[in-house]
Design a protein around this ligand. Sequence first.
Ligand code: GRF
Length: 217
Amino acid sequence: MKSIVILISGRGSNMEAIVQRCAAEAWPARVAAVISNRADAAGLQFAQSHGIETAVAAHKAYASREDFDAALAEVIDAFAPDLVVLAGFMRILGPAFVRRFEGRMLNIHPSLLPAFPGLHTHQRAIEAGCKLAGATVHFVTPELDHGPIVLQSVVPLLADDDAAALAARVLATEHRIYPQAVRWFVEGLLRIERGVVRHVGGESQLLACLHGEGGTG
Ligand code: GRF
């Protein structure tokens, strides 16, 4: 049984999707803890109501980024996770932290990486006149929103989209691809070769929702 720790900063809808699919599909894994850098993260309540341990490592309590990273790593290590899942975790993690969990830490970013890393991704995609948008699950490397790509979803970017409408369309696909990627990891189905992630069974690593079949998440 693999142990998963999920890091959140807010709403936690991706964390919810992972917790629910893990239970519904009886993965060989359990979500051991949900950790937030903010005590008021709404997702903590969902975790608690599902009997999952929660912890808060408040970044404001530490003098430096390195001190926060070290404290957070200690909290995580107490749960001995096989996999650390960043799910809307809004702190940049330093290289020492990333190295410690390298190869066993995933992130989701709401763009088709390597396009639009960082903040305001949806607005930037709209302003660039993109016709496609999507989300990317990737292994975490020291460079922000970078690293070997596990799964991507793709949705249309429509002419009258504002950032909120686009974010909602992308989020519905996040709720499908993030649990899928985590499941593949805990089932040992992912290999990284020369920086490229392959599913050992050759499953498609692309979810294309180009004709309104994205669902509501
Ligand atoms: C998601 O769009 C995720 O891709 C991004 O932050 C958002 C988090 O949403 N990194 P939630 O907290 O999972 O609902």
